[in-house]
Write a protein that binds this ligand. Structure first.
Ligand SMILES: Nc1ncnc2c1ncn2[C@@H]1O[C@H](COP(=O)(O)OP(=O)(O)OP(=O)(O)O)[C@@H](O)[C@H]1O
Length: 552
């Protein structure tokens, strides 16, 4: 018997479902005991030549079998309900813990690992929760009932069976640590393969141009081989657990058979009781055998538990402060109409474990009606500055205000350097922040300079966008993302490198567009290319903070 505390706590959150599942398991077990009694009776009736009793006993056996079928079906559905609820709760918490802004800056976590944890990892816990936990709970009443019955018939047989059950349950604890270690190895191998696979799929075009497809295949083959070896080690350990249980079960049944035979030989018990002792001895081990079967089926899935624990899947979120990037319930974040002034004062930030500040005492004033550009060398901290405005990062000092009150994430729409589009139609992608009216949709696309292109497509707004927008050009993606940002109707628009994917003509067109949209909102853009900023009246230079400026 192996206890995984995190999963027990999860199952205990649904006491009614757990109790229902355990109760039905106990009833199923009682049908086995009843059937054992009926079989013992029928056998003694056959031996004593009592045909009427034989018929009644056979009818009883069939009736009990039908009842067990119905109870087993109900139990399976109860187990599925319990497993499903726990998975839903664990996945919900894991996603809430994983899909947070700080993940953007987590340089250790890999997307493939996160994906495998949230999907396969959570699903892998199902067999333990839905089958193993109820089986552990039901073992106490069921074994107690069977062993007590045996004890009444033959104290020797009862004691021998009880000892064998205790050995079968506690024996595997001897190599619990080894199993935990093997389990960790298994999940690490699975996780590494999953993360490498996702990265290779994403970077396939680059790998092809670098001519490293075969190298990647070899790396993945190595990962796959490591996973196969780790899985074999885990399954060998789990089989050893099953072997100990089987040994104890067989030894217990043989001991009970010897005790029953001794009863029969010494003439201490009539035939029906001898049969009952033999049948009960076998039935007493049924819950133990079931437990072992469920353990073997579910152990591989348990290897994900430490990884899920690290993600935060078993931890109730502290406090109720909403994620600053999450819109208010109901979909669209509240738009506050227009604003006049965005004011940044003394903003200072340093990444954890970094030796210097990225931003130090940074000031910026951006007004509605004026396009403000932030320029600076690569690594100067431009993207970090946007992440601070968006609330993805918390400054060490300084503050950001919009019209004299703290800036909120729901005030901001953003067009990033590499805008992310989703699989679905153009309309779906534009409507992510709400459900715009047709006129609004047209106006936003017109302002973003993409309306004519969409109209010229055979399916117009119903044109399918491939995953990550790969069937669109970089410039089209950027203009669609701009239209999407405009539809969010936020008073502040942040645009990161809007001209990087464009030729000079188109770049000038985008700057014109930004000037236009800046009439209604505060617009701040990041640019690498000062030459593309003709006509931008307000340009702020962000200089990298050097060690000598920041000796601390
Ligand atoms: N998650 C992180 N952890 C630690 N340091 C980081 C992290 N992200 C960025 N940095 C560092 O912070 C500095 C500023 O990075 P940032 O991405 O803000 O620069 P940038 O001006 O936007 O650069 P670019 O123009 O090349 O996009 C860089 O030195 C970078 O190495």
């Amino acid at each position: 018997m192996m206890i995984v505390p995190q999963l027990w706590r999860e199952a205990a959150r649904f006491p009614a479902a757990l109790a229902w599942s355990v109760g039905l398991l106990v009833l199923v077990f009682l049908t086995h005991l009843g059937q054992a009694g009926a079989i013992a009776w029928s056998m003694s009736a056959v031996l004593d030549g009592r045909p009427r009793d034989v018929l009644v006993a056979v009818a009883l056996i069939v009736g009990i079998a039908l009842l067990r079928l119905a109870l087993s079906l109900a139990q399976t559905s109860a187990a599925t309900l319990l497993g499903g609820r726990v998975r839903q709760a664990v996945r919900g918490r894991a996603m809430a813990a994983a899909l947070v802004p700080r993940r953007l800056h987590d340089t250790v976590a890999r997307d493939g690992s996160m994906r495998s944890g949230l999907s396969d990892g959570v699903d892998g816990t199902d067999a333990y929760v839905s089958k193993y936990i109820p089986a552990v709970v039901h073992i106490f009443p069921t074994c107690a009932i069977a062993v007590s019955g045996l004890f009444l018939l033959s104290p020797g047989a009862g004691l021998l069976v009880a000892a064998a059950i205790v050995f079968a349950l506690l024996g595997p604890l001897a190599w619990k640590r080894m199993m935990a270690r093997r389990g960790l190895d298994h999940w690490d191998s699975y996780d590494a393969l999953s993360a490498d696979l996702l990265e290779s799929l994403r970077g396939m075009a680059t790998l092809r141009t670098l001519g490293d497809v075969s190298g990647t295949r070899e790396r993945l083959d190595d990962r796959s081989e490591a996973l196969r070896r780790a899985t074999e080690r885990v399954m060998r350990g789990s089989l050893a657990e099953t072997a100990v249980t089987d040994l104890a079960v067989q030894a217990g049944v043989v001991a009970a058979a010897i005790a029953a035979t001794a009863h029969a030989v010494t003439g201490q018990a009539p035939a029906v009781e001898v049969y009952l002792i033999l049948l009960l001895a076998s039935e007493a081990f049924r819950p133990v055998r079931d437990l072992s079967r469920h353990w073997h089926a579910g152990f591989l899935g348990l290897t994900a538990v430490p990884a899920l624990d690290r993600i935060g899947a078993f931890t109730e979120p502290r406090g109720t402060a909403p994620d600053p990037a999450t819109p208010a319930p109901g979909g669209r974040a509240p738009a506050d109409g227009t604003a006049e002034l965005l004011s940044v004062r003394g903003l200072t930030f340093r990444y954890p474990d970094a030796h210097r500040d990225v931003l130090q005492d940074f000031d910026l004033t951006a007004r509605r009606g004026t396009l403000t550009a932030v320029v600076g060398a690569s690594g100067a901290g431009k993207s970090t500055f946007f992440d601070l405005l968006l609330g993805f990062l918390a400054p060490r000092a300084g503050h950001v205000e919009l019209d004299g009150r703290p800036l909120r994430t729901s005030d901001i729409a953003v067009v990033s350097q590499r805008p992310v589009l989703f699989a679905g139609t153009i309309r779906d992608n534009l409507a992510v922040t709400g459900d715009p009216e047709e006129a609004e949709l047209f106006a936003a696309c017109d302002a973003a300079g993409i309306l004519d292109e969409i109209r010229s497509l055979p399916l117009g707004f119903s044109t399918e966008v491939a995953e990550a927008g790969t069937n669109l050009s970089g410039g089209q993606r950027q203009r669609l993302a701009l239209a999407r940002a405009l539809l969010a109707r936020r008073p502040v628009l942040l645009v990161d490198e809007p001209t990087s994917a464009l030729d000079a003509d188109r770049a000038a067109g985008v700057i014109d567009t930004l000037h236009r949209v800046a009439r209604d909102r505060v617009v701040v853009m990041i640019s690498h290319r000062p030459e593309s900023l003709t006509g931008v009246s307000r340009i702020l230079r962000l200089d990298p903070v050097h060690l000598d400026r920041n000796p601390s």
